[in-house]
Design a protein around this ligand. Structure first.
Ligand SMILES: *Cc1c(COP(=O)(O)O)cnc(C)c1O
Length: 393
């Protein structure tokens, strides 16, 4: 049995424990929802005041004077370091949904003779909606890979592109990006990875990946509605994306009557970006200078392991089942449980100061953001869970 004392000892030995001081969190809350909306960093809070002053004092001069113009690219470089990408291959812009629209269309243009888009059933709904919409407009077929079926089995030389979530938001299952990408390439297909649930907590290497997108308000702590990012492998950057806009023009201030895409990742920009929000994201990424993703991943695996072990040890017979992989190497930074009374249990937990979340009909999700969640938080959360389930039996 793991005791609360044991959990405190794990915190004492945790090399990342000090990072929590870089965040502003209420004292009476155990926040296990960082996989939906990350916590506020101290740096982001300070930056909010700074950027408002820049706007007031510099007015239009801020585009150059305060670095707003280059921010999508400079923030993109920081994200590139976190997701294992070429620094010139990432730009921050728009939403994940819009960036999926761009990359899937670009991929289809690169495989004009192929008729099929593959998507995983466990993927995030917005990914499915975008893919269905694109397929309908272009007269293509969507092939949905059922949960549990290896993607490899659904891939053949009719597949133009596969759109895959790196971590399943319901079950926390982590896919093997390198192996799946290699299989897809073996049949001449391209891949778009959605990194929304893995960026910042799972180390990765995009050097052979064609395209990737992701949001920044989950483990990257960019703040509500923070802009997303798009990665395009340098070998595909010559292709055009389907939303030509003035910010992606090679010479935006020529105000030319014809579009000519920028000769860089900037061509993935559409219009003017949400600079206030992007500045807060840029500030939040500062935390990653103090910790590399390998160390974060190591802590993440130990946090999720501890959570599962405590559920096994202390919640036996309460009707809770762990869903998703039990091997930490196949799991993101989240634990998902199933219980018939998931919604009232979630509400009971909130009352006990533990904020997780649920997905209908019966899934309780706990995101363990290693930058600010401690081992004793996990112990206390499972203790609260035990009471909450008991109260709802
Ligand atoms: C959170 C999330 C999104 C969000 O998309 P937005 O367009 O940024 O709202 C998309 N895909 C996945 C896998 C997500 O987890």
């Amino acid at each position: 049995m793991v005791s609360r004392q044991d959990a405190l000892a794990l915190d004492d030995a945790d090399v990342l424990a000090g990072l929590r001081d870089l965040f502003v969190l209420p004292d009476d809350l155990i926040y296990l929802d960082g996989n939906s909306l990350g916590a506020q960093s101290v740096r982001a809070a300070d930056t909010a005041d700074e950027v408002i002053a820049e706007w007031r004092e510099q007015l239009i001069g801020g585009w150059q004077g305060a670095g707003w113009w280059d921010l999508p690219v400079t923030a993109g470089r920081k994200i590139a370091g976190i997701i294992g990408a070429d620094p010139d291959a990432v730009v921050v812009c728009d939403t994940t949904t819009v960036n999926l629209f761009k990359t899937v269309n670009t991929a289809l243009d690169l495989r004009p003779d192929r008729r099929v888009i593959v998507i995983d059933e466990g993927g995030f709904p917005t990914d499915q909606y975008v893919v269905d919409g694109i397929a309908e407009r272009r007269g293509l077929e969507v092939r949905v890979v059922p949960t549990g079926t290896p993607i490899e089995e659904e891939v053949d030389d009719s597949v133009a592109v596969a759109v895959l979530g790196h971590v399943d938001f319901r079950t926390a299952e982590l896919l093997d990006m390198a192996a799946i990408t290699a299989t897809l390439h073996g049949s001449g297909s391209l891949v778009v990875w959605d990194l929304s649930h893995s960026a910042g907590v799972v180390p990765m290497d995009l050097s052979s990946v064609d395209f990737a997108v992701g949001c920044t308000y989950k483990y990257l702590n960019g703040g509500p509605g923070a802009p997303a990012y798009v990665y395009v492998h340098p070998r595909h950057q010559g292709a055009e994306q389907p939303i030509p806009g003035w910010l992606g023009h090679a010479e935006p201030f020529e105000m030319a009557s014809r579009y000519e895409p920028a000769p860089s990742i900037r061509r993935y920009l559409t219009g003017t970006q949400p600079i206030l929000s992007m500045r807060l994201l840029d500030a939040a990424l500062h935390v990653y200078e103090a910790a590399d993703v390998e160390a974060i991943r190591a802590k993440s695996s130990r946090l999720t392991d501890l959570f599962i072990r405590l559920v096994d040890e202390r919640c036996d017979g309460l009707g809770l089942g762990v869903i998703g992989p039990r091997e930490p190497s196949r799991r993101g930074s989240q634990v998902s449980l199933r219980h018939a009374n998931a919604v009232p249990i979630f509400e009971e937990l909130v009352g006990l100061g533990v904020r997780g979340d649920f997905r209908r009909p019966d899934i309780l999700r706990f995101g363990l953001a290693p930058l600010y969640v401690s081992f004793v938080d996990v112990w206390d959360a499972v203790d609260a869970l035990r009471s909450a389930v008991g109260a709802r039996m």
